[in-house]
Design a protein around this ligand. Structure first.
Ligand code: GDP
Ligand code: MN
Length: 383
């Protein structure tokens, strides 16, 4: 779960990492109100999950309640890389002398947290890595030993961080490391970590990506979930605990895929693509899925207007074939989805019973995954 900048900065502030003072607004009026309370040189920033807001015009300056109107109006509702900015962060403007970079993520190869720093912050770190690899310093931390100040000093030296901010840098890196573990993050990134005219280090931007698998331990983030601009169908699925993903796609002749187990669903989507089609809707009903779950899955996937064929691929292990078949028949009975736009493959536990249930309802199951994929793609292309 990625956090918006203002949410990340809230976490930074709690962790003791210096951030500019600021507040969030959802309307122009709120923005004016904020500027009235704090008439000072400020930055107006689009709150979206994608990066590169600066280049896209999503970061603007203002100083008075009057001149916040134009940037606020321009940024609220602005689309940046496909994402609409519904909120703006208005914060005191820093007098920036230098832009540094600092992040922590997981290094998969060494299975350790890796601290990455550079004195060439403010721009794409990928670009810096490509053109000036020597300007990027890394340190893989042994999680059992944890972070120690010598680590921060070593990275700082290697990255050519100015000596005047060394102490602050070492302190911030330690606090960021502690935060990384405390919230269960996949990534915490400060770009730029600004050196101000007064020689202070301030986190001018915040990117935090939380590990979804750890969210169960952090109910405090639940309220931020609704802030995320997920697709409405994904929100609906989440509210009933269904694993569903709305994926982007080129056309509107797509095959919706339902299966039990994420691996099977991914494999099925590959099979659809191999058959020359497009699969945009991923739905995993999990193990032991009951009739009601199948019905919900069909309802959600077929609510996507791009979906023109539905391919249900069930491997009966814990999930009993007849149980799934009954759910399917029930879902189709109650809904508007046509049986001739449905392809079912059912194997494994209670396969025969399942097929009998389907056949009684006028649905024929296919034998193999590739046969099912080919048939579903043909149906989708008919529109
Ligand atoms: P991003 O483009 O989405 O990463 O957004 P950032 O928050 O990193 O802002 C982009 C750029 O705007 C930064 O690299 C800075 O150069 C500039 N910027 C942001 N906040 C301030 C500020 O308070 N003062 C100054 N002078 N520049 C800022
Ligand atoms: Mn940034």
């Amino acid at each position: 779960m990625r956090l918006l900048e203002y949410q990340g900065k809230e976490l930074f502030a709690k962790a003791g990492i210096p951030v500019p003072r600021g507040r969030v607004a959802a309307t122009v009026d709120e923005a004016v109100e904020i500027m009235r309370e704090h008439p000072r040189p400020s930055v107006v920033k689009a709150q979206v999950l994608v990066g590169g807001r600066g280049k896209a015009g999503g970061v603007k300056f203002c100083s008075t309640p009057e001149d916040v109107v134009e940037p606020a109006r321009a940024i609220l509702g602005m689309t940046i890389k496909g994402e609409v900015a519904r909120r703006i962060l208005i914060e005191e403007r820093m007098d920036i002398r230098q832009e540094l970079y600092l992040s922590i993520t997981v290094d998969r190869a060494s299975k350790r947290p890796i601290i990455i720093a550079s004195a060439m912050g403010g721009m794409d770190v990928e670009e810096v890595a490509a053109t000036h690899p020597e300007a990027i310093a890394t340190f893989r931390v042994n999680p059992a030993a944890g972070y120690w100040p010598y680590i921060g000093r070593r990275i700082a030296k290697q990255a050519a961080i100015p000596g005047s901010v060394m102490g602050q840098f070492v302190d911030i890196a330690g606090k960021l490391y502690a935060l990384f573990f405390e919230v269960g993050a996949m990534l915490v990134e400060i770009n730029p970590l600004a050196v101000t005219r007064d020689g202070a280090l301030v986190a001018s931007d915040a990117k935090v990506d939380l590990d979804d698998n750890g969210l169960i331990r952090h109910p405090e983030f639940e309220s931020w979930r609704t802030d995320l601009p997920d697709h409405p169908l994904e929100q609906r699925a989440r509210s009933i605990n269904l694993n569903y993903a709305y994926l982007s796609g080129r056309g509107d002749e797509s095959v919706g895929v339902i299966g039990n187990g994420a691996g099977l669903v991914m494999g099925t989507m590959d099979a659809v693509r191999a058959a020359g089609g497009e699969a945009t809707d991923f739905c995993d009903i999990g193990g032991g899925a009951k009739a009601e779950v199948v019905r919900n899955a069909v309802d959600i996937v077929t609510a996507d207007p791009r979906v023109k064929a539905l391919f249900i691929n069930i491997f009966g292990g814990i999930t009993r074939g007849d149980e799934v078949a009954r759910g399917l028949v029930a879902a189709l009975d109650g809904g508007t989805w046509r049986k001739d736009k449905l392809v079912v493959r059912l194997t494994g536990t209670n396969e025969r019973e399942g097929r009998a249930v389907l056949e009684a309802a006028g649905i024929t199951a296919v034998e193999t995954m590739s046969e099912g994929a080919a048939r579903a793609v043909a149906i989708a292309k008919q529109g």
